[in-house]
Design a protein around this ligand. Sequence first.
Ligand code: DCP
Length: 709
Amino acid sequence: MPVAKPESSDSRVIAHVDMDCFYVQVEQRKQPQLRGLPTAVVQYNEWKGGALIAVSYEARKFGVKRSMRGAEAKEVCPQIQLVQVPVARGKADLNGYRSAGSEVVSILSRRGRCERASIDEVYLDLTDAAETMLAENPPQSLEKIDEEALKSHILGLNNEDGSDIKENVRNWINRHSADHRDKLLACGILIVAELRMQVLKETEFTCSAGIAHNKMLAKLASGMNKPSQQTVVPSSSVNGLLNTLPIRKMKQLGGKLGISLQTDMGVNTVGDLLQFPEEKLQERYGVNTGTWLWNIARGISGEAVEGRLLPKSHGSGKTFTGPRALKTVPAVQHWLNQLCEELSERLCSDLDQNKRMAHTLTLHARAYKSSDSDSQKKFPSKSCPLRYGTAKIQEDAFNLFQAGLREYIGFYGVKTQGNHYSGWGITSLSVSASKIVPIPSGTCSIAKYFHGQSTSHFSSMQPLDNVNGEAMLLLPPGSECYSEVNSPKAEVDFPKEESWTEDTVPELDLQEQKDLSSSLSKTQDGFTQDISPSLLSGTEACLEQSQNKQESDITKDEGQFKSEYNKERKGKRVKDKGTPSILELFKSYNPYPFGSSFSQELKKTAEGTDARLTIGLESKGHSLAEQSEVGKEKPMHCSSSGYGRDEGDGRREAWSYSIDEIDPSVIDELPPEIQDEIKAWVHPHKWRPNNTVRRGCKISHYFSPTKKS
Ligand code: DCP
C-alpha cells in the first residue's frame, strides 16, 4: 500500500530522465548503419519471429508497436530492421544495456543527487544546482538561452496559433515577475537541457525528461513529449495535468487499488479524487493510503530522490510461455542453474567494482496447475540469506524452488505424483539478490583471510539455520521460512524430462526486465549494515573469480599462506589504522539471532584427527553437519559440561569447528576467553577451559546460534 510522505519542500527541482527507445539506441550505436532506419530489438524465437521489446521512433511511425511479434512488424513495416537481443546461457543478456545505462547515470549525476530507477530511467534532485544558479546567474538575466532549453514544453504555457513557441519559452524562462518556484524550474530547464546535451555528446544517446517540483510529477511529464524533448510542470499547471489523467496511469494505481477506486468509488481520473475529503479516503483505505490519495490528487508527493547510482538489487529471470513451460524438476533446475550463474557473475562484479554485497536471495516463479480447482494459487516467493559462490547460489535457489513447489502443489501432491507428470508447469523463473550494502572498510581483508580455505568446503555447507529472521521479513504472507527447506525433503521423485526442448528465447516482460535489472526490490529499504560470515565465505570464490587469482591461491601451501597473511596483516595494522579487526567485525556484523554459518564452518579437527566437535546444540532435529557433505562424518558431540549447551526444550542445533581451518592470526584477535577455549581443543592435555569463564564469553555464546543481541 502506498504511504504518504510529507513534502519536504514544495520548492524542489526534480527531473525524471528516461532514455528513448533505449535498447534500439544501444544497438544502433553498435551498428551505426541502422541509425535513422525503422528498427526494433526483438527477443527472437521461432514463433512469429519473436517478441519486440524496443521499437525505434521511425518504426513507430509505421504503426510498429512493442506488443507485436517480429512477423507482424514486418507486415506493417517491411523495411524494419530487427535486431536480436544478445543471448547468453540461453537467455537475454542485458549486460550491454546495463552498462550503457551506467554511462548515462555517470553523466547525469554530475549536477545533483541521482537515483537510478531502472535500466534506463533516472531521477535527479537538482534543487541545490538550481538555487545556486538562481543566486549566481539567474535565468531572467540570461541573454542567450540554449536552443535545447527553448524546445522545452512548459505545461500551461499559452502557445496560441501562430505564436513563436520558442519565443514563449524564452519569455517564460526570462520572467522577472515569476515566483521563486517558477524561477527554480526555469533553472531546472536550463540544467536538464545541458545535461541531456552532454549525454548525447558523450554517449550518442538521446533522452527525454520531465522537470517538476516532485518525483511523481516529473515522471508523469517525462513521457509526454518523446523522443529527445523535455517537459516542465509549473505548479500552476498541476491541476490541469492531473484532472483528466486516468487514475490507473498513476504509479501504484495500476493494480488492485486503482481498480477499487474505479469500481468502489467511481474514480476514473485523478481529478475525480478531489471530491473526496481526506477522512473519507482514510476511512476506506486506511490512514496512510487515504492521505496519500488525497495528496496525489493535488500533485503533492514528498518522496525523496535517493542518492543511488547503483542498482538496489540484481536479478536474472526467464519466462517459459505456452509449450515451453517447464514441467519437471530437472528442467527447472537446469534453468535455475543458468539464472544463478548469471546472478553470481553480477554479484561478483558488483563486489569487485563497487565493494557491495547482497544479503538476500529470492526466488520467484509463476506456475500453473492444470488439474486443480485452486489453479489461481500463486507460486510462493521464497527468500533466504545469500551465500556467495555460484554453486551455493544454485543450491540455495533450488532448495527455495523445492520449498515453493511443495507449498504450491501440496505435500499430498508431491508424494503421490511419483514419476508421472504432475500437472504443474513453470512459466517464469527468476532469482534476485537484494539487500545490497557496501562492505565497510576492512572487510576486504577479511575476505582475503578466507582465501586460505578450500572453496569446496564452503560450497558443501548447507544453508544456514538463521533464515527465519531477515528472510522471513521479506516473505509475502503465506510464505514459509527457509528453515523448512532444510527439513527432511518430501519424497519428490521427479521424472526425467521427456519433452523438454532447449528454448533459447528469453522473454522477459518490461516489468521483469526493469525490476530484475535494477530496482525491482521495493521492499528492501532500511538495510542494516551487517556482514554475513556466510557471505564472506563465498566472497573468497568471488574474489578469486573476479581477480583471476584462483590458481595461485589454491596451490599456495597453507603454512606459506598463513605466514604471508600474518606478514600482510601486521603491515596492514600499521598502515590501516581504521581497519576493524576481525573481532570487531564479528561483534558488529554478526547479528545473527539464529546462528552463524561461520560458526558452522569452523570445524574442529582435534589433534590431527578428523573427528568433529559439535558444540552449541539446538536444532529442529537436523545437525547442519549431517546435512552438509563434509558433515557426512559423524559429529563428535560435546557434552554440556564441555562446550555444548543443552536447551531445556531438548532441541539441538549443531555447530562444528575445524580448528585447523581457523587461521591462527584470527585466534589472536578473539577475546582471551575464547582463545582459551580454542587452545583447549587444540591441546586438550595442556589446556583446560577456564571454568570461571564469564557468562557470555564462551565461544559458543559468542557465535551462539540463539544469541539475540
Ligand atoms: N524492455 C523490455 N521488455 C519490455 C519493455 C521494455 O525488455 N516489455 C526494455 C527495452 C526498452 C527498455 O526496456 O528499450 C526501456 O523500456 P521503456 O519502457 O523505457 O521503453 P523504451 O526506452 O524502449 O522506449 P520509450 O522511448 O518509449 O521510453
